[in-house]
Design a protein around this ligand. Sequence first.
Ligand code: GTP
Ligand code: MG
Length: 138
Amino acid sequence: SERTLVLVKPDGVERGLIGEIVSRIEAKGYAIERLELLKARNDQLAAHYAEHEGKPFYPPLIDFMCSGPLVAIIASGEGVIAGFRSLAGATDPTAAAPGTIRGDLARDWGTKVQKNLVHGSDSPESAAREIAIWFPES
Ligand code: GTP
Ligand code: MG
């Protein structure tokens, strides 16, 4: 079935929210296929965020993403790409609806980049590309 790449960003790991986030994915009925705690390499982040290179938030985004360990997850299930984006909520935690991961849990006040706890692939093409970056052997 469909697969997506989820990252629990360093703010989620630091705040002890790995379990909460994985619970929400499982409770929705998606399967966890792979899960790894790792320190992101620069080349992985440059590939992952290539579309944002040159934007003002790119340098703080890369700094933030290498500031601590993150958790890379392959989740699967029917419609999981759009479904996880829906669970995550809007990119800006201030705008994210209650009931979503970002709306309920993200706190980015006073930071240069939106510390919004999670990443989720935004299309089947992105999912395939991102899974190859974080799980090259799969
Ligand atoms: P990801 O799932 O992390 O890719 O988030 P997204 O798809 O909801 O957002 P997008 O791909 O547009 O941006 C990637 C990340 O860059 C976001 O998750 C934020 O951490 C950061 N970001 C994006 N837009 C802005 C912005 O306008 N200002 C700031 N400060 N950070 C941003
Ligand atoms: Mg994105």
